[in-house]
Design a binder for this molecule. Structure first.
Ligand code: AKG
Ligand code: MN
Length: 192
């Protein structure tokens, strides 16, 4: 894994954690086997559809973007991925949030994964399958730090840990470029 040059952060990236063949198979299995939901978000007093599909699996419920997520029980493909991510990162994960970006019009806004349930310095392991999307980091307070962008490749693993969530926000911007659908999984350890 290569370490990204971000101060006040510990971010590691492995572009080819899985081979393209394995990644194709995982994409298909997840696309078909996951119970994808279209959730909505309340913004400016309006109910808007989230700009992506989501699913939450694991041992514990979790509040995300103001929504309480009742977890679905682990399924074999997610257990298998969790095992490999645990092996590679040396961390335990009891939950996974999945995101399905149907097109370049789907996105995720600036945020950090700093909910109290995740503890002080959470380890978040993120797998990407399908179309490549840009992923950017922005420092919360340091104006001298330019945003940093990387491309999350098919079959890649990104690990964010230590003080990363405390100091940096991240997002997946929309793109006008034609892109294939993308599936992202973020493995987390929810306390309590
Ligand atoms: O799709 C991605 O790579 C980002 C996902 C993410 O930041 C999240 O689920 O909190
Ligand atoms: Mn996040």
């Amino acid at each position: 894994m290569q370490k990204l040059p971000l101060p006040n952060a510990e971010v590691y990236y492995a572009p080819r954690f899985f081979s393209p063949e394995e990644s194709n198979a995982y994409f298909r299995e997840l696309e078909q086997g996951i119970n994808w939901q279209q959730e909505s978000i309340r913004m400016f007093g309006k109910e808007l559809p989230m700009p992506r599909l989501t699913a939450w699996y694991g041992d514990k419920g979790y509040t995300y973007s103001g929504l309480y997520n009742e977890p679905k029980p682990w399924v074999p493909v997610l257990q298998k991925l969790r095992e490999q991510v645990k092996e590679a990162t040396g961390q335990e994960y009891n939950s996974v949030l999945l995101n399905f970006y149907r097109s370049g019009n789907d996105s995720m806004g600036w945020h950090s994964d700093d909910e109290a349930e995740l503890g002080k310095e959470p380890s978040i392991a993120s797998l990407s399958f399908g179309g490549e999307r840009r992923f950017s980091f922005k420092h919360r307070t340091r104006k001298d730090q330019k945003p940093v962008s990387i491309t999350l490749e098919h079959g890649s693993l990104l690990l964010m840990q230590g003080p990363t969530q405390h100091h940096w926000l991240h997002h997946i911007p929309k793109t006008k470029r034609p892109v294939q659908p993308r599936i992202n999984l973020t493995f987390r350890n929810v306390k309590g």
